[in-house]
Design a binder for this molecule. Structure first.
Ligand code: FPP
Ligand code: K
Ligand code: ZN
Length: 429
């Protein structure tokens, strides 16, 4: 129902520190004051209350900011030299959510850039001549999916890509991020997302993956980076999305998981935090709210039809629209922070999740399982569809394109790529 049209005065939603103030509780209170300042003009008990219908997503400024990024980055961006495919993905996905068409020049640039960046040993690193990495490979495949043409899909060398994915795979079902690199749940998600989109989800790639993810669910109910580590929203999304690809959601403790995920939405701010007792941040609008379509699908399978996502969709939109839009374009973590493409991408992705109800077509999944080998779960990604239900806070033009809950590209981008690789290529290489 949102925070702004609720019956509780906003101030009463403030965090209570049990009379035991700490650095953490001071920071929480400071954050709440800065959020309240943004909400007050729209507060229900404000005599000169501004209408909520008038809250706008500033398309013009956000698109201009994103296009400046595509045109070229300044010297400051050298710190991101190991993340070039990520920058492309964050900008492309943001533009796609804002329904900005990609012209032929941009597609041609994309094809030549990703041809150049692809490593002879498979996959993508941060740019020219860098070691292949699962995260940048995920960003590259998603970018090519967003570009969405046959030429873009054909850039991918599936044979070397598969060899790279398999070379990251560990016997316990986990993945290292790169050769000699760290192991964590991001690796499981990045590898399986890429494989699901490109028809590379073989039994040898998926063996033991479910077991590893199960071990990373913590006593709190969320998922951590690695068994024994603290639950965090970034890794929880990765774990859930990977489980959805594997058809393994029922192997998690879904009740505890749902409770933990719902508990990450902040009472006053309406946005999400990354972990218990930490601050709201716009990027968790996706890593946090993005869990709920997958949870809704699993609860529907096990407990029957569900009324809605189990978070406050309006409160999240209010946070993003009022607290996360930077004055000169782009979106941010929280008031007072500066803009970047990562936060722009994940604030917009979260806004899309909060606006549209996306469901999994279980009847179709069962029908398909009679004819398709369901141990190879790539087809599952096709069965997510957009319901006509939506909840738009503010101006009706705030509506964004609908996101695929697993791959975080638009439903269109995911469908087209999956159709291409499943209709034209065999799983066996
Ligand atoms: C804690 O930072 C957060 C991390 C160390 C990483 C979180 C992981 C993701 C966002 C998922 C990445 C996903 C892919 C696909 C690569 P912090 O302590 O600064 O933040 P916090 O206070 O909000 O926890
Ligand atoms: K999450
Ligand atoms: Zn953030």
């Amino acid at each position: 129902m949102g925070v702004l049209d609720g019956l509780t005065p906003l101030q009463n939603l403030r965090f209570k520190d049990d009379g035991l103030p700490t650095d953490t509780s001071f920071e929480q209170k400071r954050t709440e004051e800065s959020v309240l300042a943004k909400f007050i003009p729209y507060a229900p008990n404000n005599k000169n209350k501004l209408p909520i219908d008038g809250i706008e997503l500033n398309h013009r400024k956000h698109i201009a900011y994103l296009k400046r990024g595509l045109a070229g980055l300044g010297k400051w961006a050298s710190v991101l030299d190991a993340s070039k495919p990520w920058l492309v993905y964050w900008i492309f996905h943001s533009l796609d959510l804002l329904e900005v068409p990609f012209d032929d020049d941009l597609i041609a640039r994309t094809v030549s850039t990703f041809t150049k960046w692809q490593l002879p040993t498979g996959g993508y690193g941060g740019g020219n001549d860098q070691l292949a990495h699962l995260a940048t490979t995920y960003a590259a495949v998603n970018s090519l999916a967003i570009a969405g043409t046959k030429e873009a899909y054909d850039v991918l060398n599936r044979e070397t890509l598969y060899q790279f994915l398999m070379s990251m795979k560990q016997p316990d079902g986990s993945f290292t991020m790169h050769k000699g690199g760290e192991i964590d749940i991001r690796g499981s998600y990045c590898a399986l997302s890429v494989a699901a989109l490109t028809n590379l989800l073989t039994p040898e790639l998926t063996e033991n993956c479910i077991e590893f993810i199960c071990k990373a669910q913590t006593y709190e109910g969320g998922i951590g980076p690695y068994p024994g580590k603290e639950a965090h929203n970034g890794y929880t999304f990765c774990g859930l999305a990977a489980m959805e690809i594997l058809g393994g959601m029922s192997r998690l403790n879904v009740d505890k998981l749902t409770g933990w995920c719902a508990g990450r939405q902040m009472g006053l701010e309406g946005g999400f935090q990354g972990r218990t007792n930490k601050l709201v941040d716009g990027c968790y609008s996706f890593w946090g709210a993005g869990d709920f379509p997958i949870l809704k699908a699993e609860l529907t399978r096990t407990a029957g039809p569900q009324e809605d996502y189990l978070f406050d969709r309006e409160a999240l939109q209010e946070y993003i629209l009022l607290c996360c839009q930077a004055e000169y374009g782009g979106l941010i973590d929280k008031p007072g922070k500066s803009t970047d493409f990562y936060h722009t991408c994940y604030c917009l992705s979260g806004l899309s999740v909060a606006q549209h109800t996306i469901d999994f077509d279980d009847a179709m999944a069962q029908q398909l399982s009679a004819t398709v080998d369901t141990s190879q779960g790539g087809y599952r990604s096709l069965l997510w569809f957009r319901k006509n239900e939506y909840v738009i806070v503010g101006d009706i033009n705030n509506s964004l394109a609908a996101c695929h809950p697993v791959h975080n590209i638009t439903l269109r981008a995911a469908r087209d790529m999956i159709h291409y690789f499943y209709d034209t290529q065999d799983l066996a290489l």
